[in-house]
Design a protein around this ligand. Structure first.
Ligand code: DGT
Ligand code: CA
Ligand code: CA
Ligand code: ZN
Length: 606
């Protein structure tokens, strides 16, 4: 267990004790100890293993020393587990809300029976909270606001949000003397749609303290900063946690591989290594030594999560054995006989076998994209004119674009009536001259109505170059009904692309209840493409479904759904997600040349 993990458990202990109304001096002493633990440079696991007297550390008393020893040795804390019997654990969530401390959490629990965030919201809305002593209207409003913030994240952050917050931090670290490399590992490097935290790795052999100070002193950092010699954690705004690890050259590549994960991928790699008599860890690749030699009674440092119990039971020291590599990430793969595997594939979903058999996909890249097939203009709810959008596409080097304003059913977005569609065509025809060098398709995002019919008469649909269809209403149908509705929608002979198929909005709206497999199979049969909506809060389809579409031979269109020229840049998120779904350029509709795309458009005409 790492120091930071120990501190988290001890903090929870202090919180629960405070709710229980334990002696305030004791609680203060506990909280003080939490801060000490966070600030320690040496791993507590080492101190325990070397049987050092923990009470010699400032602020650590006998009780606390006992707790730490128990945590290191067993990974559990019986005192805390006993408290969970008396105090609902979900109160910890309540206390993570701004404006709710232990005192208020206790009141809510004992006087209103509120133990969860949902129950708290209901109690606030029923007016029960503002009348409690010590709350009042104003603080109740504040609580409601923080409930919304809590919901918005539920502990996960959009990849785009992490990008925005982390980029300045990386620049800040890169500008520090002694720093040779700065990279982000973890789910962020795997370009997962949401991240729990951001794992920054720094290669630096001198001046480590300065780097750590730069990290904790970053202007965007706030709330409980903690730092040791080689690891630390800060929180950026909206609560995004960032972990840092400062590494020497010899193990940088091994650490990059280890901390990129996923955990499942790491386990699979390690299993391969063991078969070869090797040991792969965050420190490097080592040839396993004969049992008896292996680091007698030595214990790995606190970062040695990956060997788990082994280390605590006197397994090999993480650096024992002959070092075979660790400086470069490739060395880890080479040790187990594999080529380098792109991070987006490292989910243990068959990438090791594919790598072994030389079947890794040649993943689609941003440069492969030749056009964008969903975007809006001021004709519906976009912010820019058709011309502005088209020129922005041309600037991006695209060969074509398809302008897809909403149809009339989407009244909130000023959807187009058939009459306005005809007017729009006139405008489009008038733009031909201005748009030399890029082809503009007449298109629409047509609503699939409740009964599966399309929100546009056939003569308009026939006059369009490209027809996108999607669901924007009656989203709470049963699974059977929604599946039937969407399949009926794409059965219309004019349909080309099913846009944002599941309707989800990350952290806000669940995907529709529907049978995605049945829809993908129908799309395959009907020769309809599916969209991978690139907007970072949609990324709809998700990676598993993208991969299934590819398997079924369904073309995938990666579109930004841009509402302004700037949004066109969101394409990178769609590409990342497509790569996570194993897409190659040949699977992607808008990676086709204009000529091939024109041919594809005629695929249904006999
Ligand atoms: P996140 O932060 O929840 O979005 O997901 P990750 O994948 O970034 O996970 P995180 O930050 O907890 O850890 C970073 C990487 O470190 C993870 O992808 C794999 C590696 N790792 C962490 N814990 C373990 C472990 O217990 N065993 C192994 N084999 N690897 C681990
Ligand atoms: Ca992470
Ligand atoms: Ca992490
Ligand atoms: Zn839409």
């Amino acid at each position: 267990m790492q120091n930071l993990e120990i501190a988290t458990v001890l903090r929870e202990l202090a919180d629960l004790l405070e709710i229980k109304g334990s002696n305030p001096f004791r609680i203060r002493a506990y909280r003080n100890a939490v801060r000490i633990v966070e600030g320690l440079t040496r791993p507590l696991a080492d101190l325990v293993a070397q049987e050092e007297d923990l009470t010699e550390l400032p602020g650590i008393g006998k009780d606390m020393a006992g707790h730490i020893r128990e945590l290191v040795e067993t990974g559990r804390l019986t005192r805390l587990e006993a408290l969970w019997e008396e105090v609902p654990r979900s109160l910890v969530d309540l206390m993570s809300l701004e404006g709710v401390g232990p005192k208020k959490a206790k009141k809510l629990w004992t006087e209103l029976g509120v133990t969860t965030v949902d129950e708290l919201e209901a109690a606030v809305e029923a007016g029960k909270v503002e009348t409690l002593e010590g709350f009042g209207k104003k603080s109740t409003q504040k609580i409601l606001q923080s409930i919304q913030d809590f919901r918005a994240h539920q502990g996960r952050f959009l990849l785009s949000e992490a990008d925005t917050l982390v980029t300045p931090l990386l620049a800040h670290l890169e500008a520090t003397s002694g720093v040779e490399r700065v990279e982000v590992a973890g789910s962020y490097r795997r370009r997962k749609e949401t991240v729990g935290d951001v794992d920054v790795l720094v290669l630096c052999e001198e001046n480590r303290e300065v780097v750590m100070e730069r990290f904790t002193g970053f202007a965007g950092a706030h709330r409980g900063v903690s730092a040791g010699e080689t690891r630390g954690r800060i929180f950026l705004s909206s609560g995004l946690p960032v972990d840092i690890r400062i590494l020497p050259r010899e193990s940088y590549g091994a650490a990059l591989h280890y901390f990129t994960g996923s955990k499942e991928h790491n386990v699979a790699i390690r299993t391969l290594a063991v078969k070869e008599g090797l040991r792969v860890s965050e420190y490097g690749v080592f040839r396993e030594e004969p049992e008896s030699e292996a680091g007698k009674g030595r214990t790995g440092d606190a970062g040695e999560v990956e060997t788990g119990k082994g280390s605590q039971e006197g397994g090999p020291h993480p650096m024992a054995g002959e070092r075979l590599g660790g400086e470069a990430e490739e060395e880890v793969f080479r040790a187990v006989g594999l080529p380098w595997i792109p991070p987006v594939l490292r989910e243990n979903r068959g990438e090791l076998d594919a790598a072994r058999d030389g079947r890794l996909p040649e993943l689609v890249r941003l440069e492969d994209i030749r056009g964008d097939l969903q975007m809006h203009s001021t004709w519906s709810d976009g912010k820019a004119s058709i011309l502005e959008m088209a020129l922005a596409c041309k600037d991006r080097g695209y060969e074509y674009l398809s302008l897809t304003d909403h149809s009339q059913a989407v009244t909130v977005a000023n959807g187009l009536t058939p009459e306005r569609v005809r007017q729009q065509w006139e405008e489009v025809d008038g733009l031909r001259e201005d748009l030399a060098g890029i082809h503009l398709f007449r298109s629409l995002e047509v609503d699939i109505l409740k009964d599966g019919s399309l929100d546009m008469p056939d003569e308009i649909l026939e006059g369009l170059d490209l027809v996108l269809v999607s669901v924007h209403s009656f989203m709470n149908m049963t699974r059977g009904e929604m599946t039937e509705r969407v399949i009926r929608g794409i059965q219309h002979p004019q349909v080309d692309i099913l846009a944002h198929p599941t309707g989800r909005i990350l952290n806000r709206r669940q995907p529709f209840e529907m049978d995605v497999e049945a829809i993908l199979q129908a799309a395959a049969e009907l020769q309809v493409a599916v969209e991978l909506n690139a907007h970072p809060s949609r990324l709809d389809l998700h990676d598993g479904h993208v991969r299934r579409a590819r398997e079924l031979g369904v073309r995938v269109a990666i579109n930004t759904d841009a509402h302004s020229p700037r949004d066109l840049g969101l394409m990178t998120y769609g590409i990342d997600q497509g790569r996570r779904g194993w897409l190659e350029a040949g699977d992607v509709l808008n990676a086709m040349s204009l000529e091939d795309f024109q041919a594809w458009r005629r695929r249904k005409t006999p």
